[in-house]
Design a protein around this ligand. Structure first.
Ligand code: PLP
Length: 399
């Protein structure tokens, strides 16, 4: 009976806590720009038409057998093409160890466990700031964390010089966590030139780049263009790790479908690495779920459905880009003397607004606007209907 008496309630997740507070607020004016999930212009969750069509096609056709431990072979194959390229030599040469993962989180966690198992004394360098769960993931995998400079609060852009210094000053052969595109929470990505320099320096130092790509398609609207950082690293001859997720770009949040891949030196190494990834997964969840993977492989395996998906990704990105412009224009029209250029300079789902925790508290208390206290605005929660209200509230609390 005394088994769990020493268990204290866990600290609330900073992101999920915001949604709870939003749901509990009875105000008709309330706005949720906290959670990183896409919404349509009426603030409603979206199921993509390509997903609905895939579900119609597969309804009643599949059995419920276990997938292989590595997950759906077809889904993994299509997923690798998106990141490494349709005609990737690495795919052809079977140099990529890849398994279906429990979305992006599961891919990161599986890699962190793999890192810990085969490089138990290694460290992971994580950007400041980053998606808060990265810290939890590598902590629970018992990997020591270090940080590297990324965002510059003054310019609200990339702190490129400090980032490069940190890469140079890290011990040779360190692990670096990079957001492949649409950096969360800042919306700040390196330019193509900067990626080339980062790649060069990481190579020179013998570091291992691990990419988290949770938003492929959300930065530019085109998944192919959003893979450019990965392609630069591939061209430069890196071995790399990669987490992919269909939560955002296919709207499959709750289906938990993603992929972890590790580019190896040759096929033999890839076979060994894949078998070890499966061995890590076996005592955790045995094998991944079927349904989401089937939706993905149905869409990407069909030229017509894939085309529809690409159009819908572009549509989501365009709506967000439109809301960035609208939010900035509204703030400027209200006569705000502050610079709001970063709203349109930053890309992807988030705007790192520069609002202080106190200003965010005022937005919530006085205007029923919900976001994380780091000032991150999920642009996906901004709509034609609430952008004026949001701009006015931001203007009032930043006066
Ligand atoms: N990585 C980053 C940077 C994210 O922002 C997210 C989701 O917010 C994820 C990974 C993982 O998402 P999921 O596990 O839903 O694919």
């Amino acid at each position: 009976s005394s088994w769990w008496r020493n268990v204290e309630p866990a600290a609330k997740d900073p992101i999920l806590g915001v949604t709870e507070a939003f749901l509990a607020d009875p105000s008709p004016d309330k706005v949720n720009v906290g959670v990183g999930a896409y919404r349509d212009d009426n603030g409603k969750p979206v199921v993509l038409e390509c997903v609905r069509e895939a579900e119609r096609r597969i309804a009643g056709t599949a059995n419920m057998e276990y997938l292989p431990m590595g997950g759906s072979v077809k889904m993994v194959e299509e997923t690798l093409k998106l990141a490494y390229g349709d005609n990737s030599e690495f795919i052809k040469d079977k140099r990529i160890a890849a398994v279906q993962s429990l979305s992006g989180t599961g891919a990161c966690r599986l890699f962190a466990d793999f890192q810990n198992r085969f490089h138990p004394d290694s460290q992971i360098y994580i950007p400041v700031p980053t998606w808060s769960n990265h810290h939890n993931i590598w902590r629970d995998a018992h990997v020591t964390q270090r940080t590297f400079h990324y965002y510059h609060p003054g310019t609200k852009g990339l702190d490129f010089a400090a980032l490069m210094d940190d890469i140079k000053n890290a011990p040779n052969g360190s692990f670096f966590l990079l957001h492949a595109c649409a950096h969360n929470p800042t919306g700040v990505d390196p330019s193509e030139e900067q990626w080339k320099e980062i790649s060069y320096q990481i190579k020179a130092k013998g570091h291992f780049p691990f990419f988290d790509m949770a938003y492929q398609g959300f930065a530019s609207g085109d998944p192919e263009r959003d893979a450019k950082a990965i392609r630069i690293f591939l061209k430069d001859g890196h071995l790399l790790g990669l987490a992919q997720s269909y939560a955002k770009n296919m709207g499959l949040y709750g289906q938990r479908v993603g992929c972890l891949s590790v580019l190896c030196e040759d096929e033999k190494q890839a076979v060994a690495v894949k078998s070890q990834l499966q061995q890590l997964a076996r005592p955790m969840y045995s094998n991944p779920p079927v349904h989401g993977a089937l939706i993905v492989s149905t869409i990407l395996g069909d030229a017509e459905l894939k085309k529809l998906w690409l159009k819908e990704v572009q549509g989501m990105a365009d709506r967000i880009i439109g809301m960035r412009t609208a939010l900035r224009e509204n703030l400027e029209k209200l006569g705000s003397p502050l610079s709001w250029k970063h709203i349109t300079n930053q890309i992807g789902m988030f705007c790192y607004s520069g609002l202080t925790p106190e200003q965010v508290d005022r937005l919530t208390d006085e205007y029923h606007i919900y976001m994380t206290r780091n000032g991150r605005i999920s642009m996906a929660g901004v709509t034609t209907g609430n952008v004026g209200y949001l701009a006015n509230a931001i203007h009032e609390v930043t006066k």
